[in-house]
Design a protein around this ligand. Sequence first.
Ligand code: ATP
Ligand code: FE
Ligand code: MG
Length: 345
Amino acid sequence: MIVLGLETSCDETAAALVDGDRNILAEVVLSQFEEHRPYGGVVPEIAARGHLDHIDRLTAEVMKRARLPFDAIDGVAATTGPGLIGGVIVGVMTAKAIAAVHRKPFLAVNHLEGHALTARLTDDVAFPYLLLLVSGGHCQILAVEGVGRYRRLGTTIDDAAGEAFDKVAKMLGLGYPGGPAVQAAAEAGDPARFPFPRPMKGRPGCDFSFSGLKTSVRQMVEKLPPGPLAEQDKADLAAGFQAAVVESIADRVKRALREFRGSAFVVAGGVAANSALRARLTALSAEAGLPFIAPPLRLCTDNAAMIAWAGLEHLRLGRTDPLDTRPRPRWPLDPDAPKSRGAGA
Ligand code: ATP
Ligand code: FE
Ligand code: MG
């Protein structure tokens, strides 16, 4: 079984082919960092145009690299939400067109489900498992009970973890995208110099909060002498902030591990690329006696292999979607999620 997947929900245009034996037959990811860098963040209209400019070529490229005709595939998956609507429409329309022309099933994939199931593509993980999803737009702990069965144990009550990294990077003048820049700056920093709070630490439940921490970084910056920040100040602020995020997440995960024990502890989403966080989570899993599964970095950030794989998991269960399926810019993974903020969309 082979599925073609397309990802266009944010600022990566991506296409990939995976098979039922967990092989990635071909994949390409085109990041639009340069287009958005002057604005310090993703501009939805620029992103949508970028996807439109590249998606056909990237799709043809993966078919060529895998040396497969469209007839050889069994289904076409596309991120159908949540995400920036203009981009989502581009991916969904492209996938539907290929599906219609070649008479293949269309598979509407939730982007978060793509992140959530990546571990089953990279490792032989059985349901159920505990998942920490930490990305630019989301910060949640989920019990993954099966394909399409996700129970949310905690979520952020304000900013996502990646969003906090990106905003702090901007404050410190470290540029965009922020996560890798903060991590790099933190390497030369003293995490103990600035006493940042550990948001939510010790509180009941597994929810997250990063907005107060972000504010306290701003307040520390304002207390320093005016003018451009010294390199050491930047490094110490970055290190202090990163340590606070890691400790806050670790506290939440510890509680979740007490509440729910699956076959493994899995981390996904772009912030999972953070090496300090990975080290802490590795230690936590070991303490809990659970295997720790973190996909390789390129499969933690947005990519199409995870979308193709989630589509394949649906297809194997006979779950396909009609060609009139609508894009869903807001689409929580957990059916019980509240419709307001933090709804996973
Ligand atoms: P979502 O998947 O929620 O729609 P997204 O597409 O922005 O959001 P990803 O591509 O999964 O999310 O991840 C991007 C985020 O990960 C950004 O916020 C980025 O700053 C963060 N990130 C990437 N690398 C690191 C790192 N090394 N340390 C911390 N954060 C990182
Ligand atoms: Fe993502
Ligand atoms: Mg992204």
